[in-house]
Every structure is written in C-alpha cells, then in structure tokens.
Ligand binder design. Structure first.
Ligand SMILES: O=C(O)CC1=CCC(=O)O1
Length: 265
C-alpha cells in the first residue's frame, strides 16, 4: 500500500507498461474488501490501480464536502501523480457513477468503462427509499442501515454458507467515519440526477453489468445506462444480488477480462 500526496491510499500491481485498469469501489467499502479477489486476476494481464475513495479505508477525509466531481477529480489527481495518462475505469455501484462522471469530464484520460451494479434513474418510490436511507445514515451512521444493506447485498445461500465473509463486510462498513458515510450516502442518492441522459455524451467502449436480483441497481437500470452510451454492451449475471462480485467474483472477472482485452489498450 502507498499513499499519494493528496492522501489517497492505493495499490498498483501487474506488469509495468501494460494497459492500466483502475478499480473504483462503492459506498462504505474499500479497495481491498471489494477487489481483493478480482485485482490479482486482472493483474495477470493489466497494470491494476486500486485505491480507497476519500474518507474510506485508509484515504484522507474529503477536505470540503464531496460529490461525483470531487470523487472523479480524486482519481484524476492520483493518475497525474502516478504518471498514468489513460486508464480503463471499472466502477462498482457508487464507483460506477464516479467513472461515468470521469468519462464526461476527462474523456481523453479514459480508454474504456466497466459499470458494475450501478444505479440510474430510480423512479419515485425507490428514489425516496434511497434518500430516506441517506437521512437515516445522517442520524445514525452506518449502523443505521447495515442490516438492511447486508440483506440487499448477499443471497440467503451466501448468508448461510459464508457468515464470516458477511461479517467481514459488516466490519468494513461499520468502521466508516459516520459523517463521511452519511455524506457519501447522499452522493449515491443525489448523484444519479447528473448521469441520466448525460449532457456530455459518453462514447467510450463500455460494458455495463449488474446482477439479476440487485434491487438498487437493477437490470432495467443497467440496460438504460447502456442505451445512453453509444455501442455499450450489457450483461446481467443470474441469481446474484448487489455484491455478487464478492459472492461469485468469477462471474464478473471472466466477462470483464474478455471486454478489457479488446478495449482497454
Ligand atoms: O447501499 C446500497 O445498497 C447501495 C450501495 C452499496 C455500495 C454502493 O456504492 O452503493
């Protein structure tokens, strides 16, 4: 692990000189908890950059508030410091909102996008639920939403067969600074509005994936995201929920590798 001048904790692995793939985790998670099983597989072929979002894991708290622009600039500053001109951006959930913001604001720095289990226009009822969760987190921190989140994120089979893995994720989420967690829950709730029918067209090669049973980043949303990006492909992974990439990482790495091998260079 290393820490950038701006206070971002990161890991860089894989062959020097290979195309760079940057991995962006989701709300309340960390680079290691999200990409621990995936980064080593990608690093057999790509130079892999994974890092902790502002105020998450081992990265410094945001200096002055946060939104998708702050989070996208965090990645660009890290790439600048590491001398990375261009990278394929793989973003999970909130990370899949950050990579879309980055593609709009820094098109030339992005070779391709992989948007994983990431939300889009929610409809009134779901939007109100997500905003209520942000208010609950504002009042009670990650404790207030963790039980509902773990039920939404993992299948009943995974809860039964892998209680230790679920407990690990619970610990990671509960370790968050409460104010920072609530702040980023608001970014997750409110940030989608700037991504719907994007004002700046995204035209990068794009793969959009989600899980069949993901109720917050639904298959319909994935198809809509793809419909707004020219030529984007969509894959729906059967039988999994929001954190399908932790439950069955190979279901995500295989199509990602195939896509990135053709498009990340
Ligand atoms: O809490 C949710 O279900 C949504 C979410 C999880 C990680 C992320 O970025 O958003």
């Amino acid at each position: 692990m290393a820490v950038s001048v701006g206070g971002t904790a990161f890991d860089l692995s894989g062959p020097e000189g290979a195309p760079v793939v940057a991995l962006i985790h989701g709300l309340g998670l960390t680079r290691q908890s999200t990409w621990g099983d995936i980064a080593p597989v990608l690093a057999q072929r790509f130079r892999v950059l994974s890092y902790d979002l502002c105020g998450h894991g081992q990265s410094a708290l945001p200096a002055d508030g946060s939104d998708l622009t702050v989070l996208s600039e965090q990645l660009i500053a890290l790439m600048d410091e590491l001398g990375i001109g261009q990278a394929a951006l793989v973003g999970f959930s909130l990370g899949g909102m950050i990579n879309r913001r980055c593609a709009m604001d820094h098109a030339a720095r992005v070779s391709a996008l992989v948007v994983l289990n990431s939300p889009h226009e929610r409809g009134l009822a779901l939007q109100q639920q997500v905003e209520a969760a942000a208010r609950d987190a504002g009042a009670g921190g990650p404790e207030a939403t963790i039980d509902a989140a773990l039920a939404r994120w993992f299948t009943a089979d995974f809860h039964r067969d892998h209680p230790d893995a679920v407990a690990d994720i619970r610990r990671v989420v509960l370790a968050n600074d409460p104010a920072n967690y609530a702040l980023h829950r608001r970014v997750l709730a409110e940030g989608v509005s700037e991504l719907i029918r994007p004002k700046v067209a995204i035209s990068h090669p794009t793969l959009v994936m989600t899980s069949e049973l993901d109720t917050g980043s639904t298959p319909a949303m994935a198809r809509t995201i793809a419909s707004e990006i020219s030529g984007a492909e969509t894959i729906i992974v059967p039988g999994l929920k929001h954190l399908g990439l932790i439950e069955r990482p190979e279901q995500f790495t295989a199509p990602m590798l195939e896509f990135l091998a053709l498009r990340a260079g």
